[in-house]
Structures are given as C-alpha cells and as structure tokens.
Design a binder for this molecule. Structure first.
Ligand SMILES: NC(=O)c1ccc[n+]([C@@H]2O[C@H](COP(=O)([O-])OP(=O)(O)OC[C@H]3O[C@@H](n4cnc5c(N)ncnc54)[C@H](OP(=O)(O)O)[C@@H]3O)[C@@H](O)[C@H]2O)c1
Length: 254
C-alpha cells in the first residue's frame, strides 16, 4: 500500500484524489491546503472522501500540486521531512525543491479542467527522482493508475512542456479565434468540428508535416493576402502572419 498526502486543493490535486481513491494499493492519507499556517495545523480537506483517513497517519510521499510559482515556497515547509516530496509541474525543475529533502517529480502530461473527468490509464506520467529507490516508488504509484510511464529528466520535461504548450494551449487558442470569426459572421462553430476532429485523428497515422494542408503550404499568395485583409483584429492578423511564415519555412518557401 502506498500512502499519499496531496498538498494543494486545486484542479490536479482533485483529479489525483479521484483516481487514487478508486485504485487498489493507494491510500490517500490526507489532502491539505498549501496555504495553511503550518503543515502541522494544515487544513483538512473540505472534500468528503472515505479514503482520507485520520491525519495522524504518515504518508510515504507528499505530492505538491500547486501553482508553478508557489512550488518553491510551499516545499520549504517540508525541509525537515524524511518522506519523498514530489511536484506535478511540467515546467519547473526538480532543483526548486529543498536540497535537504528526498525530491522527485510526478508530472501527468494531460490538460485537466474542473468538472471534466479524464481516463488516467492513457495519461503519460513523467517521473524523476534523486535516487533509484524513490524512482521505483514513483514508478509503482504511476503504474497503478496509468499504462504510460516515462522517466524523463528535468530538462527533457521542460521541453515536453514547451511542446505541449504548442500542441494544446496554442491549438486551443486557435479554436477560440476560429470560434470568434464564426460568431462575427453568424456561423455555427459546430460546422468546423468534423474538420477539427479529422485534424486530430490523422496525426495518429501521419507526421505533422505530411498532414499539413492550406494556403501557406501551397504558397497561395493571393488567398493569403485576401484572408489577411479580412481579419479585423490586429493580433489575429499577426498570428496569421507568423503561422503562415512558419509553415512556409517548414516547406522551404520563404
Ligand atoms: N491543470 C493542468 O492541466 C495541469 C497539467 C499537468 C500539470 N499541472 C501542474 O500541476 C500544478 C497545479 O496545477 P493546477 O492546474 O491544479 O492549478 P490550480 O487549479 O490553479 O491550483 C493551484 C493551487 O496552488 C495553490 N496556490 C496558488 N497560489 C499559491 C500561493 N501563492 N501560495 C501557496 N499556494 C498557492 C492553491 O492551493 P490551495 O488550494 O491549497 O490554496 C491552488 O489550489 C502546477 O504545477 C501545474 O503546472 C497542471
């Protein structure tokens, strides 16, 4: 049985609580707020959960799932702990955790939102630890909820997170711009959904380069100029220009 205390009561922490609570071999000892005066007096979770036992029980590890900028400060409260302390961020180095502690990373590479359940079995979990024993503990924990475990260094994880910003955050923002253009022209965004679905679907069998289509790839300059003229929002124009340039460079057509 692996005993876990979750630190922070935000989105990732709640998703972890949900999946750990229904997994054999994992016991959530406690979920505590990162903003308590001191951890000894930390707030009990406001979430009702049968798997959260009395606070007196000691965890095998603490998972700090707080905002990236707060990880260093929150983890300082654990300086005297003999337990493994990990954080869940994609872009924060393991080195921000205090030197004195057994530190590690438990980064689930997925986008988590409030009120939307995810299937942890398919979520890649990136792990890292100071020593082999702690890495094994993290591997056992990760394997009990997911089938995709990767041991990656802090530098590799930062690169993965950077790539994730492009494929997830930026892509979603482009959906947002598309939605705005539809709304401005009295069109339903639903009409674009099969196109979005195929864009995602074909990436499982084609490379992104092979999957690329559109005026920038074809170098259809008249279409590009006309579409730039149609855009009213200055920032959207800029986004269109930069992405067009990037696609052209990829196909050697500067
Ligand atoms: N959301 C995702 O899709 C996702 C995916 C993978 C990894 N992550 C990583 O997981 C971590 C948590 O992300 P999240 O999306 O769960 O964030 P979130 O929902 O915004 O929750 C962040 C939590 O951080 C704590 N916090 C915020 N500011 C603080 C401060 N100044 N001092 C102390 N604690 C503070 C709060 O904890 P209390 O509730 O205790 O006050 C808050 O609940 C981040 O490192 C993030 O990079 C997120």
């Amino acid at each position: 049985m692996i005993k876990v205390t979750l630190v922070g009561t935000g989105t990732v922490s709640k998703h972890l609580l949900r999946v750990f609570s229904k997994t054999d071999g994992i016991h959530v000892v406690q979920m505590i707020s990162s903003r308590g005066d001191a951890l000894s007096k930390a707030l009990q979770t406001t979430l009702r959960n049968d798997n959260i036992a009395q606070v007196t029980e000691q965890p095998d590890l603490y998972i700090i799932a707080v905002s990236d900028d707060a990880i260093a400060a929150v983890s300082k409260q654990f300086t005297n702990s003999k337990k493994l302390i990990v954080h869940t961020s994609g872009s924060v180095s393991m080195a921000v955790l205090p030197r004195e502690i057994r530190s590690g990373i438990f980064y689930p590479l997925q986008t988590f939102s409030k009120g939307r359940e995810v299937d942890f079995k398919t979520i890649p979990i990136c792990i890292e630890a100071d020593n082999a024993e702690d890495l094994e503990l993290l591997r056992t924990l990760a394997e009990s909820i997911s089938e995709a475990i990767y041991e990656v260094s802090s530098d590799q994880r930062k690169s993965l997170h950077l790539a994730a910003v492009f494929v997830n955050n930026f892509t979603n923002h482009l959906f947002q711009i598309g939605n705005e253009i539809c709304q401005e022209n009295d069109l339903s965004f639903d009409i674009l959904k099969p196109l979005i679905a195929e864009t995602i679907e074909k990436i499982s069998s084609l490379t992104p380069t092979d999957a690329q289509t559109g005026p920038a790839k074809r170098n259809d300059s008249k279409t590009i100029e006309r579409q730039l003229g149609e855009l009213k929002n200055k920032t959207h124009k800029e986004v269109y220009r930069v992405l067009t340039k990037s696609i052209k460079e990829n196909f050697n057509k500067p």
